[in-house]
Write a protein that binds this ligand. Structure first.
Ligand code: GTP
Ligand code: SPV
Ligand code: MN
Length: 613
């Protein structure tokens, strides 16, 4: 049994003696004893280190170097076919009490899971190097920042962590000075030595058919096995910055959220900060890099996936982007939809599961209107437009430093007060383009009722409608109903200084099946309405589900949207919404009496208004 560095074995809550550094050394030695790597490398985050690891991965056939004239400093990784997305079915929350995991997480008894993991990790790094990766979420030493250490046997993970977090010696110095850190262990589950000690040949994408993504919320630990991909393996990201951080946030009075962050400047030169939670592959990166189509407005990027929010000394809700890079969806990213992302990945980018062109560049569906005549697809096979399969995997991604984003806000690495919070999903029907919540309580209800059509970001059938409260369904580290109560408590403390809450839906379709709203850069028109509401400059129309724009207040000049389609975008059909209320009530029922009583009030008043509409 591995002793947790921050807590003794078997989840007792007294602190282990020794400084954070002493505990780090002891823990690294413990994990090495269990996993039996050939050697141990402490990562310093230097450019030389990333050059060395890159050269090594290319030599091993695990990265393809792209044409340096077309895509300098950039590489392509191809995963195995069964390691292309997060594995929610193998993700476990091991709280001491099952009710603390709640009905939306898979709970396992922590003592039993530890014993199981001890078996799984035993010898799992044989024949490989074990890397010790100290990282900071948020600027090193920053007021909302947290430290972690990932042990991994994947050099691809080390390189990716170097882009996604602040990694290396600066972090170690903080730990030496006594700052606590979160322990995370990752193994590909593909040892290169068997029991006889003989070395076997490696493969291009080592992984294991059996996977475990395990969070221990009480002891703030993460153990990940069998996958080398994104949210399964870059443990700073979803496992720490959302699952474990949401538990820390509950205990300490802040919020860890699946949100993008932007800074918006109006024609009058007023700046606003906006956070938005959309489920995976539902437009966070796009909105984070939005290029407004209305004159006088600018949008600057702060973050595209995760935000940590905490009340500041001014009483307002402040936010940081804890990450230092983007792990963005490639397909659909093109010069027409997201030119800023295209520009961001022009160099120094790791691409995973996109297609390779004959001249050594990358391609994916949507990058250009027409596909090249010949490609090597994400599986490594020859591909032509008549192949009938996507050339890039639908969840193929780019990993790149945030500093390469041309629209990055100058102060993107700092914290700032929020003016508005948006909740959205992918809804072909019912949900209007934009609705303002009546107050914080109603806004929390809107967040709790987000539903969205399933995307390729996780294993599952694409297109089916699922509830994804706060876009946190796969990422909330504790009971989702307690999380809603926590949001209500935060709102109570913020009072009149709370950001305004809105629900948006770029994905509503007309009877002909086409999107009613052009989306992308034109979403700036919706942002304009939202911020005019924040400024209290314009009235809104009260409907049973909140407040919507007077049509004349939404700037649609130059758009090819008919009055009829605009009305469809805002249509609130009482019967469909009453049915939606029934589904919401059913969804809430699984949480029993942990559901905040405020939600029953909102449901009651919404139904009442729908009946009288
Ligand atoms: P994760 O990184 O998985 O958390 O997702 P994300 O929310 O950052 O996803 P991203 O912004 O990459 O969304 C990708 C998908 O949403 C692509 O298919 C885009 O084309 C589509 N998308 C984004 N914005 C819009 C929009 O305004 N309208 C429409 N119709 N599609 C959009
Ligand atoms: C998501 O699925 O929401 C992502 C990608 O942002 S991953 O890091 O794989 O979770
Ligand atoms: Mn995400």
């Amino acid at each position: 049994m591995i002793t947790n560095p921050n807590h003794p074995a078997r989840l007792e809550h007294n602190v282990v003696p020794g400084s954070p550094r002493v505990r780090l050394d002891a823990w690294v030695a413990d994990v090495a004893r269990l996993t039996q790597p050939d050697d141990i490398v402490w990562c310093d985050g230097s450019a030389e280190e990333s050059r060395r690891l890159t050269r090594q991965l290319v030599a091993e056939g695990k990265l393809v170097e792209l044409n340096p004239d077309l895509r300098p400093g950039s590489y392509l990784a191809r995963t195995s076919a069964n390691d292309v997305a997060r594995v929610e079915g193998r993700t476990f929350t091991c709280s001491v009490d099952e009710d603390d995991a709640g009905p939306t997480n898979q709970w396992r008894d922590p003592v039993e899971m530890r014993a199981e993991l001890d078996g799984v990790f035993a010898g799992s790094m044989r024949g490989r190097t074990m890397y010790v990766v100290p990282f900071s979420l948020g600027p090193v030493g920053g007021p909302l920042s947290q430290l972690g250490v990932e042990i991994t046997d994947s050099a691809y993970v080390v390189l990716s962590m170097g882009l996604m977090t602040r990694l290396g010696d600066r972090v170690l110095r903080e730990i030496n000075a006594g700052t606590p850190w979160v322990a995370t262990v990752h193994s590909l589950g593909h040892p290169l030595r068997g029991d006889d000690g003989a070395l076997q040949e490696d493969v291009a994408w080592p992984s294991n058919d059996t996977k475990y993504i395990v969070q221990f919320p009480e002891t703030r630990e993460i153990w990940s096995y069998g996958s080398g991909y994104g949210g399964n393996a870059l443990l700073a990201k979803k496992c720490f910055a959302l699952r474990i951080a949401s538990v820390m946030a509950r205990d300490e009075g802040w919020l860890a959220e699946h949100m993008l962050l932007i800074k918006v400047t109006s024609p009058e030169n007023h700046t606003f900060h906006v956070a938005a939670a959309f489920p995976s592959a539902c437009g966070k990166t796009n909105l984070a890099m939005l290029q407004p189509t209305i004159p006088g407005w600018t949008v600057e990027t702060i973050g595209d996936d995760i935000a940590w929010l905490k009340q500041g000394s001014d009483g307002r809700l402040h936010a940081i982007n804890p990450e230092a890079g983007f792990f963005g969806v490639a397909p659909g990213t093109g010069t027409l939809t997201n030119p800023i992302a295209v520009e961001t990945v022009r160099a120094n980018t790791i691409f995973t599961n996109v297609a390779l062109t004959d001249d050594g560049d990358v391609w994916w569906e949507g990058l250009t209107p027409e596909a090249p005549a010949h490609l090597i697809d994400w599986t490594g096979a020859d591909w032509t437009p008549s192949s009938g399969t996507p050339a890039a995997h639908p969840n193929s991604r780019f990993t790149v430093s945030i500093d390469q984003c041309p629209t990055l806000a100058e102060d993107a690495h700092e914290s700032f007060p929020l003016d508005a919070i948006l909740f959205g999903g992918r809804r072909a029907t019912n949900v209007p383009l934009v609705v303002q919540a009546r107050d914080w309580k109603h806004g929390v209800f809107l967040g709790a009722t987000i539903s969205s059509e399933q995307t390729a970001a996780a294993e599952g059938s694409v297109g089916s409608l699922r509830r994804d409260p706060f876009a946190m369904l796969p990422f909330c580290g504790y009971n989702m109903a307690d999380y809603w109560s926590h949001w209500l408590d935060v709102g109570d403390r913020l009072g009149s200084r709370a950001p305004k809450i809105f629900q948006v839906n770029w994905f509503r379709k007309g009877d002909d099946g086409s999107y009613l709203w052009p989306g992308f850069g034109d979403n700036s028109r919706v942002l304009e309405w939202i911020l005019r509401r924040v400024e209290n400059r314009i009235p809104a129309v009260r409907v049973p589900i909140g407040e919507v724009p007077r049509l004349r207040d939404l700037d649609v000049s130059g758009l090819d949207v008919t009055r009829d389609r605009l009305e469809q975008l805002f249509d609130v059909d009482p019967d469909s919404w009453l049915a939606e209320c029934d589904l919401t009530e059913e969804f809430f029922a699984q949480f029993g009496d942990r559901v905040p009583p405020e939600f029953a009030d909102v449901l009651r008043s919404t139904r009442y208004s729908l009946h009288s509409a």
